[in-house]
Design a binder for this molecule. Sequence first.
Ligand code: AMP
Length: 439
Amino acid sequence: MTSFDALGLAEPLRLALGKAGYLQPTPIQRQAIPPAMAGRDLLGIAQTGTGKTAAFALPILDRLAREPAHRRKLSTRVLVLSPTRELASQIADSFRTLGAGLKLRIETVFGGVPIARQIRMTESGLDILVATPGRLLDLVDRGALLLDHVQILVLDEADQMLDLGFIHALRKLHGLLPRRRQSLFFSATMPPAIRELAGRFLHDPVEVAVAPAATTAERVAQRVIFVNQAEKQALLTLTLRDPVHARTLVFTRTKHGADRVVRHLEGAGIRAAAIHGNKSQPQRERALEAFRRGELQALIATDIAARGIDIDDVSHVINFELPNVPEQYVHRIGRTARAGRAGDALSFCAPDERAYLKDIEKLTRQTITAAPLPPDFVAQAARLPKPVHERPAARTGEQRPARPAPSGEARGGGVAARPRRFGTGRRRGGRGGPRASAA
Ligand code: AMP
């Protein structure tokens, strides 16, 4: 097995790797680091959890270590594009950890926080900027950032970028970048729309791939419980009362759904918080931190908010609702099988979600084992604290919008203000229209 030593990384990086406890490169790192260090463009098919951040961060840091240069005002040498603020923060943290010995200026910009500080930040120039596309364009439009001197571009989670409606922002950014640059492009899935986008950004790329989305599911023990929508809350509360569910990530399809679940769980004495696009950045960070520290038993998240967040030791993933895009299911359950560990995922499937379950099973080429409802479910559910009063219209109206609800990192301005879903090759029509997967 190749060791990090054999990759010939600069000394400060090897020290940082030792400190971070990375002993061996992961498969994506073994494949991606040598061609990236040789200056080639890269098309990487890999999910969060495979070590892909270090797969691009290490060769980039190696180049910055070997080619020190003065920072140019209003410029950055490395630009990393990320679909969400959480992922952007995490990527920046990885760069900081691995580049600890290099004295680099590494910053993030994303929507949902005041722009003034970000404008000041870019003034004296940066080495590495990790950004979401909408806010990045805002900065460029205000003249706070020039992209002419970007030497290395990373586009991370490209499929999620398209899902969030960032295609126009990406096309615009593409026109602003210098032609001579190295580009590293990562996506968990590679439908035709992503290939086309990759073709635009990459020049003669080396293609590297680990565990296609469908096969990462193999490490996770998966079960499904068939249950009516109206009974899901009781089932969740009872499930979480079992202490085995120590640190559980629960996915709902909508932001309001996530808040509702939190209210119910709190009412039943279960410590829980939600993260989604309506929460402020400090609120999200507080919730994540409390979950990481084990102060919350359950974190309730929408797909977009949860995408890419790196939380160790998630004991279980529960799909309160099944996603209509089957790849999303694989992303979700991947949260419980980080860095090679096995995981545990449980899905609640209402009668009208069976078609989604079928799609998921087709994609993963697995049949998900059906588990029974807990014994005495009806009697136990009846003894639970009374749920918060629900407006009858809320459920149907919210879960079956005519069009996907707005989502994304920025509201009230910029390109990301009205992100739309774009076809990534797997949208359903004919079943009452697409469902929202609002963050
Ligand atoms: P990523 O796919 O980049 O989100 O990484 C998933 C997790 O694996 C993160 O917690 C990393 O810190 C960890 N990780 C990345 N590379 C390695 C490695 N070579 N050895 C051990 N852990 C790693």
